[in-house]
Design a protein around this ligand. Structure first.
Ligand code: ATP
Length: 420
């Protein structure tokens, strides 16, 4: 958290006014990192697959959506207060009957709806209530017919969406892990009911692998299947991808076989049919639903490394090059011509294609350390030799190994590292 603040990755929201509990702002490097997480997901889900298309639906929706989905009645947590210390708990997280903090008496559990309510228009009354969506999935379900009618999709196919969601959580916390406002990446994959189990199995494996491929330590990732007895009535199966955070194993993403519940509910409440093909099948839905902020936090936590180098502590964010906010730093070894001119030219060339930084302030050691802390995978240094041999030294963030490569091949070098 200290590094995130110091290096401009994540700041407490509204900090000059004392902050606003459980809301966070992404700083200059944080926004690049989070955009890269979203881009990696979008590329893998939408761009690289011919069976998945994208969508961007509105946050505010007709309140009937939440009636049909069950959120108005079911999207609740049991709220329990301690009569003595006034601390608030989620009922299902408590084991005993006394307050775990002070041993005081607890109130009976009250069901508390997690949706943020607002009003549309100037007058607040019950006719113009609207909700901030608590998940992006419903925007996909209500557009199912539009997508089927306007494109040439055939089962199995998916609709993917990234967007903000809001939950009035009873017990938020653990930095950006559980917040009131967050982003989700959700895929609704529509399948023939007879293929649902096979597709569910395939998606659980694919989603676990996605985090591994982006560099997360395999030993800190696992899939946990929910017991049948704990499933919502419509769910056939649910597995979570979990990461071992410093505060324990916690969910990054849930993969669910949701049966045909969602489409059938919306068909019932809207009167529109929600079927595909000659056989008029109501597809089953396999839903991998993840949190962008949680994934970003896991990538950050996993990448954070402190190591001893020549008696000093080196702090490194060993992020996958695809996720690193800055892909390369261009560092002239001396502040003299023509070294500076060559370095600036390389910088101007590269920034057309990549987020790169130019830095000529302080010792090269200090400049490396700064880039290590924000996770920049490569540093290119330009020196007097460059003038004659038209080559630069590239220094690898993780191994700190250095090699000399032609200046004309730098862009290609980066391109290769960012696509593998
Ligand atoms: P949890 O059990 O942690 O509350 P959930 O099972 O309610 O999560 P889902 O409704 O399945 O979560 O939402 C899908 C994903 O959205 C979660 O896996 C998580 O990554 C993200 N998410 C949900 N709630 C929050 C939140 N309050 N803050 C940040 N991310 C969230």
């Amino acid at each position: 958290m200290a590094l995130c603040k110091r290096r401009g990755l994540i700041f407490p929201s509204s900090e000059i006014y004392g902050g606003f509990a459980n809301t966070w702002d992404y700083g200059p490097y944080g926004v690049l990192l989070k955009n890269n997480v979203k881009q990696a997901w979008w590329t893998d889900m939408v761009q690289k697959r011919s069976d998945i298309i994208g969508l961007d639906s509105a946050i505010l929706m007709n309140p009937k959506v939440w009636e049909a989905s069950g959120h108005l009645t079911e999207f609740t947590d049991p709220l329990v207060d301690c009569k003595k210390c006034k601390k608030r708990f989620k009922g299902d997280a408590l084991t005993g009957t006394a307050c775990p903090e002070c041993g005081g008496d607890l109130t009976a559990a009250k069901q508390f709806n997690l949706m943020f309510k607002t009003n549309v228009g100037p007058v607040e009354d019950s006719d113009n209530v609207a909700y901030l969506r608590p998940e992006t999935a419903q925007g996909i379900f209500v557009n199912f017919k539009n997508v089927v009618d306007s494109t040439r999709v055939k089962l199995p196919f998916g609709i993917a969406q990234i967007g903000k969601a809001f939950r009035n959580e009873i017990t938020p916390g653990n930095f950006t892990f559980r917040t009131l406002e967050f982003e989700q990446f959700e895929l609704e994959y529509f399948v023939n009911p007879k293929d649902a189990d096979k597709q569910y199995q395939a998606w659980t494996k694919a989603r676990l692998k996605w985090y591994e491929d982006l560099g997360i330590d395999k030993k800190k990732l696992r899939l946990t299947e929910h017991p049948k007895s704990a499933l919502a009535h419509y769910a056939q199966a649910v597995s979570d991808v979990e990461y071992e955070f410093p505060f324990g194993w916690s969910e990054l993403e849930g993969i669910a076989n949701r049966s045909d519940y969602d489409l059938k509910q919306h068909a019932k409440f809207s009167g529109e049919d929600m079927v595909v093909g000659e056989e008029k099948i109501t597809p089953y839905i396999i839903e991998p639903s993840g949190g962008v902020d949680r994934a970003t936090l896991a990538f950050l936590v996993d990448a954070y490394t402190e190591e001893e180098v020549k008696g000093e502590t080196r702090t490194v964010l060993a992020l996958h090059p695809k996720l690193a906010p800055i892909k390369a730093a261009i560092l002239p070894l001396v502040k003299k011509e023509p070294v500076v001119e060559i370095a600036k030219k390389l910088y101007e060339e590269l920034r057309k294609e990549f987020f790169v930084e130019y830095d000529d302030g302080g010792t090269v050691g200090k400049r490396y350390r700064r880039q290590d802390e924000i996770g920049t995978p490569y540093c290119f240094t330009i020196d007097f030799e460059t003038v004659d041999d038209k080559a630069v030294t590239v220094r690898d963030r993780d191994s700190m190994a250095q090699e000399r490569i032609p200046i004309s091949s730098v862009a290609e070098f980066l391109r290769k590292k960012l696509t593998t």
